[in-house]
Each structure stands twice: as structure tokens, then as C-alpha cells.
Write a protein that binds this ligand. Structure first.
Ligand code: GRF
Length: 215
């Protein structure tokens, strides 16, 4: 069983997906603590409801990004977590922090990386006229929304849908692939070589390419 810290800044629907997955008997990870940089978010309520320890570390209380990241690192280490899942965490973490958690920190991003890093991904996908959108679970590198890709899911874009409608459809996929990615990592089946992820169970890896179904 691998102990995980989840970092949030908002509503926490991905956190909820991770909580639900961890509640399954055979799931190999356990959320030991949920951290938020924002004190008034629904995600904290979701964690409390599930009986998970929470802590607010408000970035406004720190004079620099480094000081905030240092506190975060100290508290995550203190709670015993061996993995971090970023789940809608809206702070950029400095390279020192990221490197300390190299290949041990996951993120979920609402695009098919490396396309559309950053914010407003679905608006930009619609503007660009791409035919597919999707989401990516990946290890975190010091660059924004970068790092070895663990799982992705793709959906065809309906040219008449709004960015909000597309985002809602992609979010549903996020809730499927993020727990899958955590499971693979917690099971020790994910290896990173030359910035690429290899998953030891090929059949499972194939399934995760497009519209993965939960196991
Ligand atoms: C998700 O779209 C996620 O991909 C992005 O931030 C959003 C967080 O949503 N990184 P939620 O708080 O998990 O509902």
C-alpha cells in the first residue's frame, strides 16, 4: 500500500475520483492527507467527508514561492506520503520541489499533451480546429504541464459543442484515467526511461490509449 498526498486548489472532482478509487478493497494506494493552498474550497470538504486528514497551506502567508514550497515539502514528508497527486493544484512548484519528487509526483491535465499546456485548453482546442481532445496523466517536470506521460484518453470533438461542454466530457475521462495512472504507479508497474514511461503490463497499456474503461 502506497501512501499518497493530494494537492488541490478547488472543487476537487479529481480528488473525489481518487478517494473513490482508494476506497476499493484491492486498490494499492491510500490518501494520507489532502493539502490545499486555498482555505475555502469544496475539495477540502470532500476529503473531510471521507475521513481524510486535511491541511491548508495558504501561499499568501509566505513571502516567496520558495518559502511556500519548502513548507509544503516539509509537511508532505511529515505525513509519510511517498507519492504526490496534483489534482487541480493551481500553484507552480519550483524546480527544487519538483526535483525532490521526481517520478513520484503525478498531475492530470485536460489536454492531449504536449498540445495545449496551461489554461483554457478546450477553448484553444476548439479555436485550433483539432479533431480530438482528451486528457493526460503524467509525472511532473519543472516545466509547466510537462513530464513523462503515464496514461491518456482521447475523445472526438463535436464541432458544435462549446468549450464548457467539451471540458465536462473531458473531465469525465480525467476521473477514469487519473486513478488508473495512480494504480499503475502504486503497483510499481511504471518505469521512466529517456523521459518516456514504460508500463510493464502491455495489455493494460494498450487499453489506456483511447477511451479507457475502468477495470
Ligand atoms: C481539472 O480539469 C484538471 O485537469 C486540471 O484542473 C481541473 C481540476 O478540477 N488540472 P477538479 O478540482 O479536480 O474538479
Amino acid at each position: 500500500m502506497v501512501d499518497v498526498a493530494v494537492l488541490i486548489s478547488g472543487g476537487g472532482t479529481n480528488l473525489q475520483a481518487l478517494i473513490d478509487a482508494c476506497a476499493q478493497d484491492d486498490f494499492p494506494a491510500n490518501i494520507v492527507k489532502v493539502f490545499s493552498n486555498n482555505p475555502d474550497v469544496l475539495g477540502l470538504e470532500r476529503a473531510k467527508k471521507a475521513g481524510i486528514d486535511t491541511q491548508v497551506i495558504n501561499h499568501r502567508d509566505y513571502e516567496s514561492r520558495e518559502a511556500f514550497d519548502e513548507k509544503l515539502h516539509a509537511e508532505i514528508t511529515a505525513c509519510g506520503a511517498k507519492l504526490i497527486c496534483l489534482a487541480g493544484f493551481m500553484r507552480i512548484l519550483d524546480a527544487r520541489f519538483v526535483n525532490r519528487w521526481k517520478n513520484r509526483m503525478l498531475n492530470i491535465h485536460p489536454s492531449l499533451l504536449p498540445a495545449f499546456r496551461g489554461l483554457h485548453t478546450q477553448e484553444r482546442a476548439l479555436e485550433a480546429g483539432v479533431r480530438f481532445s482528451g486528457c493526460t496523466a503524467h509525472f511532473v517536470n519543472p516545466e509547466l504541464d510537462d513530464g513523462p506521460i503515464i496514461t491518456q484518453a482521447a475523445i472526438a470533438i463535436n464541432p458544435d459543442e462549446t468549450a464548457e461542454e467539451l471540458a465536462a466530457r473531458v473531465l469525465e475521462l480525467e476521473h477514469i484515467i487519473y486513478p488508473q495512472a495512480l494504480k499503475l504507479v502504486a503497483e510499481g508497474r511504471v518505469r521512466v526511461a529517456n523521459h518516456r514511461v514504460r508500463i510493464s503490463n502491455a495489455e493494460y497499456a494498450d487499453q489506456s490509449i483511447v477511451n479507457p474503461k475502468p477495470e
